[in-house]
Design a binder for this molecule. Structure first.
Ligand SMILES: NC(=O)c1ccc[n+]([C@@H]2O[C@H](COP(=O)([O-])OP(=O)(O)OC[C@H]3O[C@@H](n4cnc5c(N)ncnc54)[C@H](O)[C@@H]3O)[C@@H](O)[C@H]2O)c1
Length: 252
């Protein structure tokens, strides 16, 4: 019998109700991980939890917003109380919103930073002592938008560039303590986030070419496979990278 790569391991995934987070949960369950799944969307999260439990996976679900520091800390505590350990944190929750710079409100800006960037920080800080104990790792969902500027995407680009550098900084600080931290930088992925992505009114089409990859969009499973690889023992010597999976969007 082939041994499952995550047998006996525990993974906490944010944004697990949909898209890349859900695909990651499915793959980690197939590889034997026990899962603590979270999302702000309770309806879809329950569905994901039920689907995975029906396959025999160990699954706990928790509805909360990663923008709330106390809730992030409580979730990590609940996961480690429930399972007794934490081996892998996948910070995948996030959202996108394109706007002309002049139209970005203070609330738009703050919400984007709270969810896409601060959420990664809150979860990682709370999880780190447990990951040091288990010699585990973190995989953060950044974006090609964290690697290059994109017109009308200033908020999102800034938040995802923050995720890239937060990941690299944590990788440096914790390498000697045995915790790896990596970021994944997808381009276009066929999920609700991309399907609902609207360009702002009167967008200058000459400026937005960088939003589009050279190749058709990826499926969420293609990105989840990279998350699972980076979270696995096979990636033992990889830390501090920001891996583009973007159909050539950022290669030029
Ligand atoms: N789809 C793409 O083209 C693409 C490209 C690059 C990066 N990403 C990133 O991938 C990640 C996953 O997105 P996706 O494409 O799977 O989209 P998705 O909309 O299918 O999934 C995102 C999930 O995050 C959850 N979420 C949003 N705000 C939250 C909050 N405050 N607290 C907890 N959960 C919250 C949503 O409810 C949703 O279930 C995001 O961080 C996104 O920025 C997506």
């Amino acid at each position: 019998m082939i041994e499952k790569k995550f047998a006996g391991k525990v993974a906490l995934i944010t944004g697990a109700a949909s898209g890349i987070g859900k695909a990651t949960a499915v793959m980690l369950a197939e590889q034997g991980a026990s899962l603590f799944l979270s999302d702000v969307n309770g309806v879809l999260l329950s569905q994901t939890g039920e689907e995975l439990t029906a396959t025999g996976a160990n699954v706990v679900t928790k509805v909360f917003s990663v923008a709330e520091a106390e809730q992030c800390r409580a979730a990590v505590q609940e996961a480690t109380d429930r399972y007794g350990r934490l081996d892998l944190l996948c910070n995948i929750a996030g959202f996108a919103k394109a706007k002309h710079l002049a139209d970005i409100t203070d609330i738009d800006w703050q919400t984007m930073m709270d969810v896409n960037l601060s959420g990664v920080f809150y979860m990682s800080q709370a999880a780190m002592p447990h990951l040091i104990e288990s010699q585990g790792c973190i995989v953060n969902m950044a974006s090609s938008a964290g690697l290059q500027g994109q017109a009308y995407n200033a908020m999102y680009c800034a938040s995802k560039a923050g995720v890239v550098m937060l990941s690299k900084s944590m990788a440096m600080e914790f390498a000697k303590k045995g915790v790896r931290v990596n970021a994944v930088c997808p381009g276009a992925v066929a999920t609700p986030l991309m399907m609902n992505f609207d360009l702002p009114h009167e967008a200058d089409m000459d400026l937005i070419s960088k939003l589009f990859p050279l190749m058709p969009a990826a499926e969420p499973e293609e990105v989840a496979a990279a998350v699972v690889y980076l979270g696995s023992p096979e990636a033992r010597y990889i830390t501090g990278i920001a891996m583009p999976i973007d159909g050539g969007q950022t290669c030029g």
